[in-house]
Design a protein around this ligand. Sequence first.
Ligand SMILES: Nc1ncnc2c1ncn2[C@@H]1O[C@H](COP(=O)(O)OP(=O)(O)OP(=O)(O)O)[C@@H](O)[C@H]1O
Ligand SMILES: [Mg+2]
Length: 252
Amino acid sequence: MTMIRMSNIHKYFGSLHVLKGVSLEVNKGEIVSVIGPSGSGKSTLLRCMNQLEKIDGGILEIEGLVVEAAGNVGVKVSASQQQVRDTYRKMGMVFQSFNLFPHMTALENVIEAPITVNKMAKTDAVKIAERQLAKVGLLDKKDTYPSKLSGGQKQRVAIARALAMDPDIMLFDEPTSALDPELVGEVLGVIKKLAEEHMTMLIVTHEMGFAREISDRIIFMDNGEILEDASPKEFFEKPRHPRIKTFLEKML
Ligand SMILES: Nc1ncnc2c1ncn2[C@@H]1O[C@H](COP(=O)(O)OP(=O)(O)OP(=O)(O)O)[C@@H](O)[C@H]1O
Ligand SMILES: [Mg+2]
């Protein structure tokens, strides 16, 4: 089953053409890493997927529903507004900068969306939150405020928070790049665990070894375009595009 299909997506910020006809598919259970130089449009791609940005052209389908269609594409949105909202709720997003609520404990951060968005009873939300905090190894920190957590712990709470909404797809935008090197492993470990459970994931990362190890496919973006969409083996061993060779030489 195709979880996400982007067809010829265009995005502008003013006169800046940031996504220049991007097409990609993510199938159920697939782990896709997105790599590429700074400013190439990786974050914008993720933000267009989960409605944080509107697209200016192309078709966005999520779980078989056309949730956005822009420009002269000959297709109309097939999802109702309610279906569109439901679809996006099924997408968990984890940012580089954690984005936890500072005035809430770890547990309060995790129960917030299930209660306010999904109208779940507090006792049920707490059960789910404790399960997710245990999964990321932080049940003992449930009553701790973000200011007393390390970066790696904060990011693991952020992952637990996304998981508490029972997502079908997890989107990660450079989840480890704000972390001290010794804290990267604990966050990658949690993502690896999700991979073993066959969570569908799209991960923007600069961690080449990690991307190679866990991805089914690697997408390389440069200047608003996808230059490569290949298996990790092909990507790292026989990159087709000279831009990728140059990038990998710098990164490795
Ligand atoms: N809200 C915005 N308004 C205007 N320009 C933007 C906005 N967001 C991003 N851009 C521009 O769009 C281009 C792509 O940005 P984007 O953040 O998607 O790149 P990226 O590949 O994620 O880079 P990085 O690796 O540094 O995170 C950049 O030129 C950026 O300056
Ligand atoms: Mg980015």
